[in-house]
Design a protein around this ligand. Structure first.
Ligand SMILES: [Zn+2]
Length: 417
C-alpha cells in the first residue's frame, strides 16, 4: 500500500495552483498552526539542501513543508495568511478539499539557482571528476561544496563556461528512469537513493539524480555569478547566485557603492583610491598621535624631575622613587614612559594609565633596574586584587581602584623604596 503524497511539481514545475484533498490534520505542538497532509501537492518540501516552497493553502500561509517516507506535510500558520480567518486551523478537516497556491517568485528563483547548480556541478564533474557533496539553497546566496581543490583561475573559467551553457539555451529534462536505464547510464547522485530514481539531464552537460523542480531550458537561468570561494574540508566551498537572485545581488552592490560614494563625496570610480588615501591618512594620524602622547608624557616627567632640581642630563638622576599618573595613552607606550622615567629618577619608577574612560581601571608598569619591586606587586594584589606579574625588577598589570586610594598606596610605597 502506497500512501506517498503525489508530487505534482514533478510533472509540471511551472504549475502554481492546485486543488487537493486533505488526508490528515495534526496540531503543531507549539500551537502555531496545523500540519496538513494532502493527496497531492505542488509544494516542494525541504529536501536535498534546498529550502521548501512558500505559499498559501486556502489563503493561510504555508511556513514549512517537510517530507518523511514519501509523505509531504505542510505547516499552515494560524496567523499571517492573506485570509484573516486562518484562526486555529479548525477550518481544515480530513476529507475536505483545499486550494493551494505556491509563491511563484520564490519558487522560480529556486529553480534558476538549482538548475545553475546542475550546470556548474556537471562541468566540475566532467572536467575535474569532483562531486558536489554539500548543497545549501535558501533565499539568498547558495553554496556548493566540492570534494577536491579548484583554483581561482579554474573557478572563473568554469563560471565562463557555465554562462556559455546558459546562453546555449539547452534542454533540461527530468524523468523517472527505468532499471535498465539506471544500469546503463552514468549519473551524478548526491546520496544513495532507494525506490524510483528521477534523473535530470542537461543536454551534453549534466546527468544527475534529483527530486527538485528545474527550469525547462538553461537560458532561463539567466546568468551564473560566482560570489565567493574558500577552502573547505580539503575541497572548495563555492558561493553563487543565478538569475533574479543575481540581479538582486547586483542591485544591492550598486546601492552599497552609491551609498559609499555619497558618504565620501566621490564618484564610485574613485572609491578605491579615496579609501586607500583615507587609510594612509589614518596611519599618519595614528603615528602623529603616538608622537604627541610621547611628548606630553616626557614633559610630565621633566616637570616631576625639575621639582628635584634635575633639569638636564648633566644633573644626573633624582635620588628618589617616582609615581606618575598619565592620561589615557596606548598601553604599548608604557615601556617608553618608564624608560624615560628611569633616565630622570634613580629609585623605583611607576607609571599608571587609565585602561578606559571610567578612571577606575588602571594599567601600570613598575621598574627599578637591578632592583626588586616585587613588594609593589604584592601590595597592589593584597590591597586591590591587582592582576599581573613579571620579573622582580619589572612588574606590570592591571588594577581596579579609585584613583585617590591607588595614588596613596603607590606614593607610600615610593617613600619606603
Ligand atoms: Zn536538481
Amino acid at each position: 500500500m502506497n500512501n506517498d503524497t503525489v508530487k505534482w511539481y514533478d510533472g509540471d514545475a511551472y504549475a502554481t495552483e492546485f486543488d487537493a484533498t486533505v488526508l490528515a490534520v495534526e496540531e503543531v505542538s507549539d500551537g502555531t498552526g496545523v500540519w496538513l497532509t494532502l493527496d497531492g501537492t505542488l509544494f516542494f518540501p525541504e529536501e536535498g539542501g534546498q529550502s521548501p516552497d512558500r505559499g498559501t493553502i486556502d489563503g493561510c500561509a504555508v511556513t514549512d513543508v517537510q517530507i518523511t517516507d514519501g509523505v509531504i506535510r505542510h505547516k499552515v500558520a494560524s496567523t499571517g495568511g492573506e485570509d484573516t480567518s486562518c484562526d486555529d486551523g479548525s477550518r481544515f478537516s480530513a476529507g475536505s478539499r483545499v486550494h493551494g497556491r505556491i509563491d511563484w517568485e520564490y519558487r522560480y528563483r529556486n529553480m534558476q539557482m538549482h538548475t545553475g547548480e546542475h550546470i556548474f556541478s556537471g562541468l566540475v564533474h566532467s572536467i575535474f571528476g569532483y562531486d558536489n557533496v554539500g548543497f545549501h539553497l535558501s533565499d539568498r546566496t547558495a553554496t556548493m561544496d566540492y570534494n577536491g581543490k579548484i583554483s581561482e583561475e579554474q573557478l572563473l573559467e568554469l563560471e565562463e563556461r557555465a554562462n556559455r551553457v546558459i546562453t546555449d539555451n539547452r534542454e533540461v529534462n527530468a524523468w523517472y528512469a527505468s532499471e535498465e536505464e539506471l544500469a546503463r547510464m552514468s549519473y551524478r547522485s548526491k546520496k544513495v537513493i532507494d525506490g524510483a530514481v528521477r534523473l535530470v539531464e542537461i543536454d551534453g552537460v549534466d546527468l544527475c539524480a534529483c527530486c527538485a523542480p528545474h527550469v525547462r531550458k538553461t537560458g532561463e537561468v539567466g546568468c551564473f555569478k560566482l560570489i565567493g570561494w574558500e577552502n573547505y574540508k580539503g575541497g572548495v566551498r563555492v558561493s553563487y547566485r543565478c538569475g533574479f537572485r543575481a540581479m538582486e545581488d547586483y542591485g544591492e552592490r550598486i546601492a552599497l557603492l552609491t551609498k559609499l560614494s555619497q558618504l565620501l563625496s566621490v564618484k564610485t570610480d574613485d572609491l578605491l583610491a579615496t579609501v586607500e588615501k583615507l587609510q594612509e591618512e589614518r596611519k599618519r594620524l595614528a603615528y602623529e598621535l603616538v608622537a604627541k602622547d610621547r611628548a606630553i608624557a616626557c614633559s610630565r616627567i621633566e616637570e616631576a624631575a625639575a621639582a628635584y632640581g634635575v633639569s638636564t642630563e648633566a644633573d644626573g638622576r633624582a635620588p628618589v622613587s617616582c609615581v606618575l599618573f598619565f592620561d589615557k595613552v596606548d598601553v604599548s607606550l608604557l615601556r617608553y614612559i618608564t624608560d624615560e622615567m628611569k633616565a630622570r629618577f634613580a629609585g623605583v619608577v611607576c607609571a599608571v594609565i587609565p585602561a578606559d574612560d571610567t578612571l577606575t581601571v588602571w594599567r601600570y608598569l613598575i621598574e627599578r633596574d637591578g632592583g626588586d619591586v616585587s613588594v609593589w606587586q604584592q601590595t597592589l594584589r593584597e590591597r586591590f586584587g591587582a592582576k599581573g606579574g613579571g620579573p622582580k625588577n619589572s612588574v606590570q598589570g592591571s588594577v581596579t581602584a579609585a584613583e585617590p586610594a591607588l595614588r596613596e598606596v603607590l606614593e607610600a610605597l615610593a617613600r619606603e623604596a
